[in-house]
Ligand binder design. Structure first.
Ligand SMILES: *[C@@H]1O[C@H](CO)[C@@H](O)[C@H](O)[C@H]1NC(C)=O
Ligand SMILES: *[C@@H]1O[C@H](CO)[C@@H](O)[C@H](O)[C@H]1NC(C)=O
Ligand SMILES: *[C@@H]1O[C@H](CO)[C@@H](O)[C@H](O)[C@H]1NC(C)=O
Ligand SMILES: *[C@@H]1O[C@H](CO)[C@@H](O)[C@H](O)[C@H]1NC(C)=O
Ligand SMILES: *[C@@H]1O[C@H](CO)[C@@H](O)[C@H](O)[C@H]1NC(C)=O
Ligand SMILES: *[C@@H]1O[C@H](CO)[C@@H](O)[C@H](O)[C@H]1NC(C)=O
Ligand SMILES: *[C@@H]1O[C@H](CO)[C@@H](O)[C@H](O)[C@H]1NC(C)=O
Ligand SMILES: *[C@@H]1O[C@H](CO)[C@@H](O)[C@H](O)[C@H]1NC(C)=O
Ligand SMILES: *[C@@H]1O[C@H](CO)[C@@H](O)[C@H](O)[C@H]1NC(C)=O
Ligand SMILES: *[C@@H]1O[C@H](CO)[C@@H](O)[C@H](O)[C@H]1NC(C)=O
Length: 496
């Protein structure tokens, strides 16, 4: 019971913290937001856009807490970043919780394909399963494809892996390359094979051209309309090094061939991994945002895939992330890039940020805004107090900074403090119940504050392999699920 209580106070601590950050807004939002789902903070989740719904699945909060919730962000209505219209698809039967899996939308614009990741069943292990759901079907359920079942027993199948990114081409072929592995025998495979999953037949085939590049993980992929998949950034597998951003990998799905393109303009600074890449509406510019590195000077960089030059849009507006996210997701919808969740300043986040990119090509400027104007007819479905009309001109990039900041300065802790406390307690209780419901297992470790993110640890373990012998690698791998040893290896303490 004391564990439950300590977790309860932990939830409250988080909520207090976030309510302090949000200042007085939380009073209003706690009431308004009840209509919508409030996803827990997370990283390493998956996302896919179907029509005007951005679907999200899973991810993790900590070493012990993985998620299996499937929900969407309703992009058909205007919304404010402080109360995003999330809808939980709780009627869909659950699958195991997964983090660091790859999510791809099928060509039918209706089916989502989830591959790999760390799967939480009785233990946490890497997955090679393909989970499929046709979201538009009545009473949608997940279907699982795995070669450990009789029907696929003798098929070609990729080994379990995580930190990949897949893409599905116009013929319904899903391309899987690279990723990260860990195997219990201390001998992780070095696999540069391109695995191709036919979403129609559910069969894998392989393509291994001679010039396959060195394996990467935590890279980002973008599919161009001509069938080329662009791989940017990431970590080099088994090397103590990140991939260079200026070394862009291209897999041509029409020729089944790799090529490497060195970008021509100045390099975008430090390498990055665990970033996101989305294709701009023009069909050739790739917007790359966030990622791992303390030295990223340009949070947003843009790669022109016509001439492989970089540009560095200026970010303005006061509603951007306080800390650069990584292991987040990005969704491009109309003239907005929506950044969701991720690890920010070492902590899992539930923050949503909205980047207005309508002036990107004209002025090389993108603006962090507090709300997305997506509906041509203002509805009362959103929790915005003011209902902005879509036709009214936005302030110029220069003044929008100021008007946003004046909004921000209005935050005064008003009203009854007791009221705030009551709301926090209620939300805390709800969050507690939520965690209990969502968690497959009840093992909330006593040390939830002293979390070492598994992902980080694995980076560390793998990067260290050149210095350790096979025996100690055995140790490392067996420690993956071992809370005790995690303490020893913990290099990061989350202080709430
Ligand atoms: C899926 O969406 C794309 C882009 O909106 C569209 O071109 C394509 O026709 C759609 N496919 C189907 C099967 O609806
Ligand atoms: C969906 O579920 C509802 C309620 O459980 C049931 O009445 C209906 O027949 C189901 N539809 C299909 C297509 O299975
Ligand atoms: C399934 O595929 C994996 C990876 O290729 C392989 O290691 C395993 O032996 C296969 N399982 C079966 C039952 O064939
Ligand atoms: C993986 O294999 C490639 C050749 O296919 C080799 O160049 C590379 O060094 C290998 N990496 C590791 C970590 O063994
Ligand atoms: C690349 O193309 C963009 C427009 O598409 C242009 O503005 C830029 O100058 C080009 N860069 C080079 C080096 O050609
Ligand atoms: C919004 O609510 C107001 C008052 O409740 C109502 O008069 C108005 O018609 C509603 N607007 C829409 C678009 O539903
Ligand atoms: C969004 O919500 C915040 C906080 O409640 C508020 O300051 C801001 O004005 C809202 N934005 C719009 C456009 O309604
Ligand atoms: C884009 O630029 C136009 C013209 O300067 C300006 O009116 C508008 O507010 C800008 N939009 C954003 C989101 O910065
Ligand atoms: C916008 O605000 C940021 C800091 O919030 C500041 O660095 C930047 O100079 C401002 N831009 C303009 C155009 O005022
Ligand atoms: C990895 O590289 C960093 C600097 O790039 C270095 O400090 C560290 O010692 C290296 N680790 C190993 C295991 O080689």
């Amino acid at each position: 019971m004391w564990k439950i209580l300590s977790f309860f106070s932990y939830s409250i601590a988080i909520l207090c913290l976030s309510s302090l950050i949000k200042h007085s807004d939380s009073v209003v939002e706690a009431v308004d937001a009840t209509a919508y789902y409030s996803p827990a903070p997370r990283l390493n989740h998956a996302t896919g856009l179907i029509g005007d719904k951005a679907y999200f699945f899973g991810g993790k909060f900590s070493q012990e807490t993985y998620y299996n919730d499937l929900f969407y962000l309703d992009l058909s209505v205007n919304f404010n970043q402080s109360s995003p219209p999330f809808v939980d698809l709780k009627d869909i039967p659950d699958i195991p919780a997964l983090q660091s899996s790859a999510y791809t939308l099928g060509v039918d614009n209706s089916t989502l394909y989830l591959f790999g990741g760390w799967e939480e069943t009785s233990t946490i292990t890497e997955s090679k399963k393909v989970y499929v759901i046709d979201i538009k079907q009545a009473n949608s359920t997940w279907t699982v494809y795995d070669n450990d079942t009789a029907a696929y027993k003798n098929d070609v199948w990729p080994s379990p892996r995580y930190s990949t990114s897949t893409k599905i081409d116009g013929n319904g072929l899903m391309y899987l390359w690279g990723g990260m592995f860990w195997s219990a025998d201390g001998n992780p495979p070095n696999d540069t094979t391109m695995y191709i999953f036919n979403t129609n037949t559910k069969k894998w085939t392989i393509s291994l051209p001679a010039n396959a590049p060195l394996q990467r993980y935590d890279y980002a992929t973008t599919l161009l309309s001509d069938g080329r998949i662009i791989y940017t950034g990431g970590e080099l597998y088994g090397q103590n090094a990140s991939a260079k951003m200026e070394e862009v990998l291209i897999y041509d799905t029409t020729k089944l061939q790799w090529s490497v393109k060195m970008t021509v303009s100045q390099t975008p600074g430090v390498p990055r991994s665990a970033h996101t890449a989305v294709l701009a509406q023009d069909g050739y510019n790739i917007l790359i945002y966030g990622g791992s590195s303390d030295d990223i000077k340009f949070p947003l960089v843009m790669l022109n895939t016509n001439n492989f030059t970089w540009s560095y849009p200026t970010l303005i507006g006061n509603y951007g992330p306080k800390f650069l996210p990584r292991l987040h997701t990005a969704t491009l919808y109309k003239n907005y890039m929506i950044i969701a969740f991720g690890q920010r300043n070492g902590n899992p986040s539930s923050e949503i940020n909205i980047l207005d990119i309508s002036n990107l090509t004209t002025y090389n400027v993108a603006t962090w805004v507090s709300s997305a104007r997506l509906s041509s007819v203002d509805t009362n479905a959103t929790t915005t107090n003011t209902t902005p009309t879509t036709d009214s001109p936005s302030p110029s990039p220069l003044t929008s900074n100021q008007s946003d900041s004046s909004n921000n300065q209005n935050v005064i802790i008003g009203g009854s403090i007791a009221g705030v406390v009551v709301v926090i307690l209620i939300v805390g209780a709800a969050a507690f119940l939520f965690y209990q419901k969502r968690k497959k297992k009840s093992s909330i470790a006593d040390d939830s504050q002293h979390e070492q993110l598994q992902h980080e640890q694995l980076h560390e373990v793998v990067l260290d392999t050149s210095n350790i012998d096979i025996e100690s690698r055995h140790e490392h791998s067996s420690q993956v699920a071992d809370i005790e040893s995690r303490h020893e290896h913990s290099s990061q303490v989350v202080n709430i």
